[in-house]
Design a protein around this ligand. Structure first.
Ligand SMILES: Nc1nc2c(c(=O)[nH]1)N[C@H]1C(S)=C(S)[C@@H](COP(=O)(O)OP(=O)(O)OC[C@H]3O[C@@H](n4cnc5c(=O)[nH]c(N)nc54)[C@H](O)[C@@H]3O)O[C@H]1N2
Ligand SMILES: Nc1nc2c(c(=O)[nH]1)N[C@H]1C(S)=C(S)[C@@H](COP(=O)(O)OP(=O)(O)OC[C@H]3O[C@@H](n4cnc5c(=O)[nH]c(N)nc54)[C@H](O)[C@@H]3O)O[C@H]1N2
Ligand SMILES: [Mo]
Length: 763
């Protein structure tokens, strides 16, 4: 059937070129790459205007990652990175997707393009409507779009038949209004990208430390003796973190990297903000690199814990911080007893590492006092993702390395306001105290039943238990696992609505009817009835600060996300006592409501106007663990990976290239891994290639295996790489079709995007 819309990107290859893996990251090449993207997408004059306000105190927050900005001095034209510049270029692009674009291209034709081509079509300029059975989107007025949504929502048998997804770029103000509308409508079905991202961190940290966020500040990197970076690739995904690691090194601190891949940014980098250092060999960052097997982290951390215990037993008081443990923690005895049930011989093969390397690592941990541990998706997206993070906390607690300068937990967040969205109540499992506050402030009865997370939402739509999907940003079809299954789920819906800046595949794989509501981006000015507005965001370290766009909107027909929520709320809610139009006339009024309902926002409107913003309260940072169930910081008992590979099976992780932002593909290169102009690749160890009789650039098909189910993805080129045996890597989102929906982390329900069992077949 040629008329079918393409659910996945086409399998066409784009012409691969392999280069040497570079020995250093950032430097001149990064600056050239950043400026080229800016020049091509935005133009030079507007580009410079944009970059001069990026991450400045009077400018806008980078729509890239959630890494914080310095509290104090900020350099002119310098508080961004190559990938931040690309993120901005992508949003401020000259290219437009106007109604005429949609009359010329059918939805089916557009679906045959690659994600790269779809994204590059540009910014959406008008609200668009795809009627049932139609082949093309057509223009619709905002008023009619809101009415249609209201009518569809009010015709449901229950509010729980609607799903309200959020990606993590939405501002605090828009997120607060959005969850308020959804709860007044009557459901907690508020899944978000966090469910696929740092949910395992949130769960593990809440249980053990009483706060689902990290404890360190940027300044702590200046005082750390040892920083461990585990399961994270900051050179690509949080490049400004390299400067913080550089500071740690300058102060004499050490860095340990634990990752199946020797990610170049962590090995050596050239500070982009110091042109004098662009020539020469760059700064070495990692002192000790542990190429752990995929999902071998709990086994590794357990060996470290056992060696720490051994030394403490032999020389009491030489390792553990007894005073801290005594005063602040619970569960030490159980942990120590459990450690005795494991033998190092049994754990070691699961790590793929030599005993000597682990011993050396343990010695660094034992001999240093102030330790920061940083992590991201390499730890969270596994069946035992929560265990991974709790095991890290065990190490920090034994050392008393939390709640003091230069030490603590550092889960490095993804989307630039994903943490703020959760603070604002974008959560399918809201705490009762939060709902109580909303009820009191807004005089309505909030739903108490927990809603669906991402996986549950897909399942519910697949079963037709939910039939309206509303996406506040993001690209649901491409970001979620099990692409074919999820497509069916979305296609079962009566209406799918996407609030978006740019065209993506979720506009093409739709419910029976579909709407695209185009919104303002971070870079753009936002005018409401009472004048120009700014919004606020919260970064990875709990700093809330303002963000104000500087460009004229790319089209006159855009609304802000907050205004879209107000429009939908007005068209849907019949008995709301909330004055939605007034709230969006001046965002200070929304901020007053946030202050009235969410702890930590006292004097919000004053403090958000202080340049640089303010820190939210953080009990772990203050060395206070009373919010946990025991009132103390909890040691925990965790389980190593239970996955056993059969003969010829491999473990596959799905990772990001240097040229993408999640499902937005900036370009086709992965410069730091030496792969140019191709995304359909699989990285393999050369011994594994030999055992399968595979040569460099052979074409293979991949099959994933889970509970006797099989999923297939065709057409990947084999790239030999320095990766542990039996481990492989492919890129997200091309390989998402292989990630089974039911394969998810215990407790956090995060899809196991980093542990997919596959077999590889040569064409
Ligand atoms: N430019 C850019 N910036 C981004 C993003 C982007 O796509 N592009 N995405 C944003 C978002 S939403 C997020 S969540 C973050 C993601 O940031 P990261 O988590 O750094 O991104 P991933 O590419 O998923 O990389 C995970 C890293 O974990 C390693 N890894 C995989 N499995 C394991 C394992 O079992 N154990 C260990 N120890 N390591 C493992 C991989 O080799 C890889 O280096 O970045 C954010 N920033
Ligand atoms: N296999 C695999 N799957 C994964 C991952 C993985 O590592 N492997 N990572 C997971 C992770 S960590 C995450 S966070 C999710 C990401 O999932 P999502 O957040 O859903 O995906 P994005 O690609 O970030 O969304 C991009 C789209 O957001 C829209 N957009 C951009 N800026 C704005 C804005 O300001 N407002 C609005 N309304 N829309 C905007 C644009 O239209 C763009 O096309 O994917 C997850 N999926
Ligand atoms: Mo993420």
């Amino acid at each position: 059937m040629s008329k079918k819309r393409k659910v996945q990107p086409p399998e066409k290859l784009t012409g691969i070129h392999l280069t040497e893996v570079p020995k250093t990251a950032v430097g001149v090449k990064a600056i050239v790459s950043a400026l080229t993207h800016i020049k091509d997408e935005v133009g030079v004059t507007k580009g410079i205007q944009l970059l001069s306000k990026l991450n400045q105190k009077d400018g806008f927050d980078c729509p890239g990652c959630a890494w914080p900005d310095p509290d104090e001095k900020r350099a002119f034209l310098a508080e961004y990175c190559e990938n931040g510049a690309k993120a901005v270029a992508e949003e401020a692009t000259k290219n437009k997707v106007s109604p005429i674009f949609f009359t010329t291209n059918s939805v089916q034709e557009l679906s045959e393009l690659s994600d790269y081509q779809i994204g590059k079509s540009g910014r959406i300029t008008h609200p668009m409507y795809l009627p049932e059975g139609a082949t093309h989107y057509e223009e619709i007025s905002w008023e009619n779009a809101f009415k249609m949504i209201g009518k569809e929502l009010n015709s449901l048998n229950s509010p729980d038949e609607a799903i309200f997804y959020t990606s993590g770029r939405t501002s605090n103000e828009a997120a607060f209004l959005y969850q308020l509308f959804v709860r007044q409508f009557g459901t907690n079905n508020l899944p978000d990208c966090s469910n696929m991202c740092h949910e395992s961190s949130g769960v593990a940290l809440s249980q053990t430390l009483g706060i689902g966020k990290g404890s360190v500040t940027l300044d702590d990197f200046n005082h750390a003796d040892l920083v461990i970076v585990i399961g994270q690739n900051p050179g690509t995904n949080h490049p400004r973190m390299l400067s913080a690691l550089g500071e740690t090194k300058k102060q004499g601190g050490k860095i340990i990297t634990i990752n199946p891949l020797p990610e170049v940014g962590l090995m050596n980098y050239k500070d982009p903000q110091n042109p004098l250092k662009w020539v020469g060999s760059g700064q070495d960052l990692t002192d000790l690199f542990l190429p752990v097997k995929i999902n071998g982290d709990v086994a590794l951390l357990k060996i470290i814990l056992k060696l720490m215990k051994e030394k403490e037993d032999a020389e009491p008081n030489s390792v553990f911080d007894h005073q801290f443990i005594e005063e602040k923690t619970a569960g030490l005895e159980e942990l120590l007893k459990d450690l005795d049930t494991y033998s190092i011989d049994e754990l070691l093969p699961q790590t793929g590492l030599t005993f000597d390397k682990i011993k050396e690592t343990t010695e660094l941990i034992i001999n240093n006092k102030n330790i920061i541990i940083c992590w991201a998706m390499g730890l969270t997206q596994h069946k035992n993702g929560v265990d991974n993070i709790r095991e890290i906390v065990n190490i920090l607690l034994l050392k008393g390395s939390i709640g003091k300068k230069g030490a603590g937990t550092c889960p490095v967040r993804g989307h630039s306001n994903v943490q703020g969205d959760r603070t604002m109540g974008i959560w399918e499992r809201p705490p009762a105290s939060f709902l109580d506050n909303l009820e009191k402030e807004f005089q309505f009865k909030a739903p108490r039943k927990f809603g669906f997370d991402v996986i549950e939402a897909i399942d519910a739509m697949h079963k037709k238990e939910a039939i309206v999907f509303f996406g506040m940003g993001g690209n649901f079809i491409s970001a979620t696992p099990d692409t074919t299954f999820t497509a069916k789920a979305l296609q079962n819906c009566s209406l799918t609505v996407q609030v978006s800046t740019k065209l993506n595949r979720s506009h093409l794989i739709t419910g029976k009817k579909a709407l695209i509501l185009p919104c303002l981006g971070r870079t753009e000015k936002d005018f409401q009835e009472k004048g120009e507005q700014f919004v606020s965001v919260e970064n990875s370290m709990g700093v809330v600060h303002q963000s104000k766009g500087t460009l004229a909107p790319c089209s006159k027909n855009l609304l802000s996300e907050a205004a879209i929520v107000a429009g939908v709320a007005n068209a849907t809610l019949q008995n709301s006592t909330t004055n939605w139009a007034e709230l969006i006339s001046n965002y200070d009024l929304i901020r007053n409501k946030i202050e009235a309902t969410i702890p930590g926002f006292i004097d919000f409107n004053t403090r958000v106007r202080i340049k640089g913003g303010f820190y939210l309260p953080n009990n772990a940072r203050e060395n206070d663990f009373t919010p946990t169930k025991t009132g103390k910081a909890n040691f925990s008992i965790n389980t190593p990976s239970e996955i056993k590979l059969e003969k010829n099976q491999f473990m596959m992780m799905t990772i990001r290239t240097h040229d993408q932002y999640n499902t937005t593909i900036y370009g086709l290169d992965d410069r730091y891994r030496g792969v140019l102009n191709e995304r359909r690749v699989i990285f393999m160890n050369e011994d594994d290639m030999n055992s399968l009789h595979l040569k460099k650039l052979d074409l293979v098909d991949l099959t994933s295996h889970f509970n006797k189910e099989e999923r297939e993805a065709k057409g990947f080129l084999v790239v030999p790489y320095q990766i542990p045996k039996q481990c492989t890597a492919t890129y997200f989102p091309e390989a998402n079709v292989l990630v089974p929906l039911k394969s998810k982390a215990d407790i956090s329900n995060t899809p196991t995007s980093k542990t997919v069992i596959i077999t590889i077949r040569k064409r």
